[in-house]
Design a protein around this ligand. Sequence first.
Ligand code: GLV
Ligand code: MN
Ligand code: MN
Length: 407
Amino acid sequence: MSRLDREIDELSAISAHPAPAVTRVLFSPEDLSAREWLMVLAKEAGFQVRQDPVGNLFIRWEGSEPCLPAVATGSHTDAIPNAGKYDGVVGVLGGLEAMRVLKESGHVPKRSIELIMFTAEEPTRFGIGCLGSRLMAGTTSPEQAQALRDSEGRSLEELRAAAGCRGNLGAVKLSTGAYKAFVELHIEQGPLLEEAKRDIGVVEKIAAPSAFRLLLKGSGGHAGAVLMPQRRDAFLAAAEIALLVEKAALESGSPDTVGTTGLVEVKPGAINSIPCDVKMEVDFRDTDKEARDKALARIGDGTHAICKRRKIEIGWQVINQDPPALCDPSLVALVESQAVAGRCTYQRMISRAYHDSLFMARVCPTVMIFIPCYKGYSHRPDEYSSPEAIAKGVKVLAGCLKELSAK
Ligand code: GLV
Ligand code: MN
Ligand code: MN
C-alpha cells in the first residue's frame, strides 16, 4: 500500500460513524482530530502550517522567491453524515503527496506552493457550503458569518473560538493577487469518466448552486379529533412544495437542472399530532444560471399559491444563489498537457457538484482535475476511487504545480 493510500485509510478512521461510513462535521471532535493529524503530517514533510480565523489551514512550501504570489492547491476534509472517504480528501492528501513527491524529486519552486484545507466545504453544520472559501473570496461577509447558528443554536463565533481559531473574520478575505493559480484535485462524484474509461476530467465550468430554507407554520392538533377540512397541516404543504421542486427541475428546459429537498423537519413529530411546523431545505442547481433562476421563480410563485390555499404561513430564507464559475483556459490547457505528459487519457467536463474552486475562481485563475469514482457514487459510504486512479490524478496535479511554481 502506498503512503497516500495508507493516509487516506487513516483519515477515514477519524469519523463519528463506523467504517465504511465517514462523518466529520465542522468543528466536531472528529474534524478537530483530523486537522491535528493533518498538521502533524505536513510538519513531518517539512512544510509550514498556519491557520486563518475561520480555520482554513495553509500548508506552505516556501519558494525561492517567497514574495511572488503562490500557487495553491487543496480541498476539504469535512464530510457529511454517512459519507465516504474520498470526497475532498483526495484533493487534500493528494495535494500533500504531490508536494512531497516534488520535494523528494529535487524540485526547487520559485513560487511558494500552498496546500489549503478549506473549512466547511460541506453545509452540514451551518446550512451553507464552502464557508471557508466564501470568506476568502469575500462572497460572504464577516457579519453574515457571525450571524450563523447551527441546529443547536451555537454560533460560528463560539465554535471557532472553542476550536482555537483566533482573530477577526475580516482577516480571512484574500488580498488581490494573493495566488497565481488554484488547482483542485477531486473525485468526479458522477459516472462519466468511469463510463468513458478516461483517467482525468479537465473541468471547464462549475455549475451554479443555490439553496433555500422554508419555515412553514400551520396549526397543530389531535390527529383523531380535528376533521380534514379544518386542518392547516404544514407537512402537506411541504410535500406539495417538494413535488413542485421536482417538477420545476424536470420542466426547466435545461437538461442540467437538479432540485433536491434533502431536509425536512416536522414538528411536533408525533404520529397522532397534526404537523404544525416544518423546516425544509432545498438544493437547486444548474449549469445554466438563467434556467435555474427561472425555475426558482416558478417554485417561489407555486409555493406561495400552495401556502395560500392551505392557510400556511411561510418564511423564505435564501441560503445561497451563486453564479457558475468558469475555469481558466490556460490552466485547462496546462492540465491537458500534464495529462498527456503523464500518459493519462482525459476529457473536458463540467462539475455538477460545487467545490471551493467555485469561490477560488473569483480570486485567481482556477482549474479542477477530476478522477473517476466507482459508478459515480459519492456522499455515501461506498464511494470509491482506486489507488491507480488517485495516483494518476496526483501525477497530473504534481505536474501542474511543478510548472506553475517554476516561473
Ligand atoms: C458538495 O459537496 C456539493 O454538494 O456539491
Ligand atoms: Mn461533498
Ligand atoms: Mn467535495
